[in-house]
Design a protein around this ligand. Structure first.
Ligand code: SAM
Length: 268
């Protein structure tokens, strides 16, 4: 079992966990098993980002048809390919942000204990890829998890929450203590899963996500003030009347369905 402290220390040997790559290794095999069991299907490929020493990889192999893993750090790549020999595992020594995902034509699962410094770009790369996704399961910092699953009116609710919740059913599977990592990070984490709920429509999404981002441009301003210079004023006023919106409403008070209605009224 890779996910235990003595294995991790021995595998690292002289090496130190690299902060610049967000290296915090999982050392609790119960947690790792739980993540992998939820994330995988026996007849599907799982894509892993940042396999590191292989704690999660080992379990993903147990529950998936095969595993495609992307690792940026050559030291990790060498340890991993030396210590796990399974022909169902393919490891790429590559920054995931540069990975060509068009090679995957079948439905896939995605699972990762994400490096903290690059969580949002990685998530957006996945969301905006044309991948046919069955399920995404990722470990993220708790505060990122809070933003992803935030509900209307809460402090964490913003453009990221709306975009993600438009595309996926987002669930916090469990909160995870910082104690299950080596080295121990300064914050706790959460396992979040995403299940697609929409037919993708690029043109609609581009316009809709732009409207959402514009609506949150200045959080303290009213929706009207954030939109008034970007969209036709008469269309905005008609939209307020049609949807019966209070003139002082702010973006964080508006739910996803109402945002969709607003977009339909204002168009691009
Ligand atoms: N999966 C291992 C585990 O759970 O023990 C390691 C997780 S560690 C939080 C993040 C891993 O992502 C590290 O192995 C790091 O080298 C790798 N990594 C960091 N940035 C990356 C990137 N842009 N593309 C691919 N891998 C990356």
């Amino acid at each position: 079992m890779i996910s235990n402290i003595s294995y991790v220390k021995e595998a690292l040997g002289e090496l130190k966990a690299k902060k610049k790559y967000g290296q915090n290794f999982l050392i609790d095999s119960n947690i790792v098993d739980k993540i992998a069991r939820n994330a995988c299907d026996a007849d599907l490929t799982t894509i892993e980002i940042g396999p590191g020493l292989g704690a999660l990889t080992e379990m993903l192999l147990k529950y998936s048809r095969d595993v495609e893993a992307y690792e940026i750090d050559k030291d990790m790549y060498e340890i991993l390919t030396r210590n796990i020999s399974d022909e169902r595992l393919h490891v790429y020594l590559q920054d995931f942000l540069d990975a060509d995902l068009s090679r995957y034509t079948e439905k896939v699962n995605i699972c990762a204990n994400l490096p903290y410094y690059v969580t949002t770009p990685i998530l957006f790369k996945i969301f905006e890829s044309g991948l046919d996704i069955n399920r995404i399961t990722v470990m993220v910092q708790k505060e990122v998890g809070d933003r992803l699953s935030a509900q209307t009116g809460s402090e964490d609710y913003g453009a990221l929450s709306i975009e993600v919740q438009y595309l996926y059913e987002v669930r916090t599977e469990m909160n995870v203590s910082r104690k299950v990592f080596y080295p121990e990070p300064k914050v706790d984490s959460a396992i979040i899963s995403f299940k697609p709920i929409r037919e993708r429509n690029r043109e609609f999404e581009d316009g809709f996500f732009t409207l959402v981002k514009n609506s949150f441009r200045m959080r303290r301003k009213t929706l009207y003030n954030n939109l008034k210079d970007l969209y036709d004023r008469r269309a905005i006023e008609k939209m307020y009347r049609d949807l019966n919106l209070d003139g002082n409403i702010r973006a964080q008070q508006i739910d996803l369905d109402t945002f969709i209605e607003i977009y339909k009224e204002l168009g691009k």
